[in-house]
Design a protein. Structure first.
Length: 210
């Protein structure tokens, strides 16, 4: 009888309510890595400098637009930093003057390393801007930089991007430099403004000034 009781207990256990089916929860696709064609770009607007800047992997940047002379955004995962400043000068300025004043004010540090490229561009639209791209390295680390200075009438701009990686990952740094030049710096958007029109003369068109 003991064996029959044991068998009955086993049968009763087997006949208990079935366990709930395991339902797999669909996982959201992973965010694309920063500095790739699939990067999720988030635009940060600086009210201090009246300009917006797109950043890849936007939520992962730590941004400080209050405690330094420049807006500074740091991306720890890629050992990258973006610095940006725009300021007004009393006199008309050109690109060389803005670069000189940026260094005098210690807004950005002078780039070091080998030059990869230099170019003159109209970024932001209407500005006279020079862009320097270069890289430096030691026994373990490679550092890449994009540095730009621009002038627009009485305004100056300084932009700097720096990123680091293991020396064996030099291609990664090269890709980041190209991405930032085209997708970050290349898409800076100053706030819309209108240039005040000169007061129109009441003289008939074509009349000589008195």
């Amino acid at each position: 009888m003991a064996h029959k009781g044991l068998a009955l207990a086993v049968l009763l256990g087997c006949g208990s309510a079935p366990s709930k089916p395991v339902v797999s929860t669909p996982q959201a696709p992973p965010e694309p890595p920063a500095f790739t064609a699939g990067s999720h770009m988030a635009r940060f607007h600086s009210t201090r400098f009246d300009i917006s800047i797109p950043l890849p992997d936007g939520k992962s940047w730590r941004i400080d637009d209050h405690h330094a002379p420049v807006m500074r955004a740091t991306h720890e995962a890629s050992h990258s930093v973006v610095e940006l400043a725009i300021w007004r000068e009393e006199e008309l300025v050109n690109r060389a003057m803005c670069e000189k004043h940026a260094y005098e004010r210690s807004l950005v540090k002078e780039p070091a390393g080998d030059e990869i490229s230099t170019e003159l561009v109209g970024v932001p639209t209407g500005w006279d801007t020079g862009v320097w791209i270069g890289a430096d390295h030691d026994d373990k680390t490679i550092t890449g930089q994009v540095v730009a200075f621009g002038a627009f009438i009485h305004k100056c701009m300084a932009f700097r991007f720096e990123t680091k990686a293991d020396l064996k990952d030099a291609t990664i740094v090269s890709d980041r430099l190209a991405f930032v030049r085209l997708r970050v710096f290349g898409d800076l958007q100053p706030d819309t403004f209108t240039v005040p029109r000169e007061r129109q003369s009441k003289e008939p068109r074509g009349a000589l000034p008195r």
